[in-house]
Design a protein around this ligand. Structure first.
Ligand SMILES: [Zn+2]
Ligand SMILES: [Zn+2]
Length: 121
């Protein structure tokens, strides 16, 4: 007799029974997805900090724009100047942040980190 009632995994289409939420496989898949270099550690504290930073630095601060000095481009994302994979301690460090437009951030990420990592098995 089961001690706890099992329910199907909440992942669409998955009928594996689990105690709560998602089955082990889907929970791990979700965590692996969250754990990609770009998303690692992006929690509520980070989201608040990012929003505050974007309010103070609304223009793209990439090398090509320099916060509106060279080019005026609206920023949508906040980049870490020093990658948090190298310095996780600088993740919430104001001085390590850099506003960027989505397009410029994508170009920067492609240039500096490549696109291979997210697809790693
Ligand atoms: Zn599942
Ligand atoms: Zn830019």
């Amino acid at each position: 007799m089961p001690a706890r009632s099992l329910r199907p995994c909440t992942h669409a289409g998955c009928s594996t029974l689990t105690v709560r939420g998602k089955c082990d496989a889907h929970r791990h898949a979700q965590e692996a997805q969250r754990g990609t270099s770009a998303e690692r550690g992006y929690d509520a504290t980070w989201r608040k900090l990012r929003a505050a930073y974007l309010r103070e630095h609304p223009l793209c601060e990439c090398d090509a724009c320099q916060g509106g000095k060279v080019r005026v481009t609206a920023a949508q994302v906040v980049n870490h100047r020093i990658d948090i994979a190298e310095r996780p301690d600088l993740r919430l460090e104001w001085d390590n942040l850099q506003s960027m437009s989505k397009a410029h951030h994508d170009a920067y990420t492609a240039r500096t980190r490549g696109w291979g990592r997210a697809n790693r098995a």
